[in-house]
Design a protein around this ligand. Structure first.
Ligand SMILES: [Zn+2]
Length: 369
């Protein structure tokens, strides 16, 4: 009798990790490696809750899980504190690209707010240049490691600050050097996207793409404001569009859940506005109760253009593969759903159209076939 090597069945996570994926919503300051934080902090004197990388990894996740916004936001004080010089910014960017590539991401958009990285004396332009240098290095190293990835950056303005137009101009100055879009983030309640209308007008005049965080902590008025006066091509989160959807018993003649959509939800669905949904992040911040119950599955079934994202990989202890694996294991998704969300993310990405077509036909479709 010949000996056979037992084959271990692949876990869902392993199967999803092996598939090509597209990430649209991933914060650079929310995805650092714990060991890197410890190393940079010990060099620049920043005090951390612990200097043990594994303890620090757990601390980030616990703090983000605690249900208090104050502790959640405190986590970013530590990541931002170690991203204040050009070398550290480039290193963090390179490692983020490598970590996405190792997770099977073939195209990713990483975002950050340059105005948060000026404490060490860098100018806004120097911050962007350092991050772009790190991104290109990451792409080269990932290609050499046999996990090719392409990345674009989204330059974010903080919605509670008053620098929207200045940050929009910054994004435009670097549009041919890796910056592919503009975003606003930060406290949503009380800070409408249209407070930054001058920035959006300027970006539209220059035909530059925009995504806006909306419909996470605040509901429909925030989404409407992001879409209409501000002209967002995509919505960061947008999960609360579900507040404009009433679900009834049973299914319609197309096999879709019976539901009545309000005017705004109808607009978002029918125009194919891509929602950058982040299941685990929403569970941590209380915007959803569990991945199983997350509105992403209903929105998918109702024909909304949904993409799956991580938001903050470190704070949520997650990866894009893990988000998909949770949806498969807890929310009844199959691999066809994973493929459809991946193609939706790609079509909503800020990559040039021919590049999107090439990536879909040469990389994504064949892997799912
Ligand atoms: Zn976000």
């Amino acid at each position: 009798m010949s000996e056979t090597t037992p084959t271990t069945p692949q876990t869902t996570l392993e199967r999803v990790r092996a598939l090509p994926k597209v990430s649209l919503h991933d914060h650079l300051d929310g995805g650092l490696r714990p060991a890197t934080i410890v190393e940079i902090a010990s060099a620049n004197g920043h005090r951390l809750p612990t200097s043990d990388p594994e303890e620090l990894r757990a601390w980030f996740r616990d703090a983000a899980d605690s249900g208090t916004l104050v502790r959640y936001l405190e986590t970013f004080d530590h990541t931002i504190a170690v991203m204040q010089d050009a070398e550290s910014l480039a290193r963090v960017a390179t490692e983020a690209v490598l970590d996405l590539a190792a997770d099977g991401v073939v195209y990713g958009e990483l975002r950050y707010a340059p105005e948060q990285h000026l404490q060490g004396g860098l100018s806004l332009d120097e911050v962007v240049e350092a991050v772009e240098e790190g991104m290109r290095r990451g792409e080269q190293q990932a290609a050499a490691a046999g996990t090719p990835i392409r990345v674009g950056t989204l330059v974010t303005a903080m919605r509670h600050a008053d620098r929207g137009l200045e940050i929009a101009e910054l994004a435009l100055r670097h549009r041919d050097a890796g910056v592919v879009g503009f975003d606003i983030a930060g406290a949503e309640i009380g800070f409408a996207p249209s407070d930054h209308l001058a920035a959006f007008d300027r970006l539209h005049a220059e035909n530059f793409p925009v995504t806006i965080h909306a419909g996470e902590a605040f509901g429909l008025p925030s989404i409407a404001d992001a879409l209409h006066p501000c002209g967002a091509e995509r919505i960061g989160h947008g999960v609360r569009i579900v507040e404009d959807v009433s679900v009834h018993e049973g299914h319609d003649e197309h096999g879709l859940p019976n539901a009545t959509l309000g005017r705004l939800a109808t607009w978002v669905r029918d125009r194919g506005i891509v929602l950058e949904l982040c299941p685990s992040s929403n569970v941590q911040t209380g915007a959803a109760t569990s991945v199983a119950e997350h509105p992403i599955t209903l929105l998918k079934d109702l024909g909304f253009s949904i993409s799956v994202n991580t938001d903050n990989r470190l704070m949520s202890g997650t990866s894009l593969s893990r988000e998909f694996a949770l949806l498969v294991e807890e929310a009844g998704w199959n691999l066809a759903d994973v493929e459809r969300a991946t193609i939706t993310a790609l079509s909503g990405s800020f990559l040039p159209f021919p590049d999107r077509v090439a990536l879909a036909s040469a990389v994504i479709r064949p892997a799912f076939a």
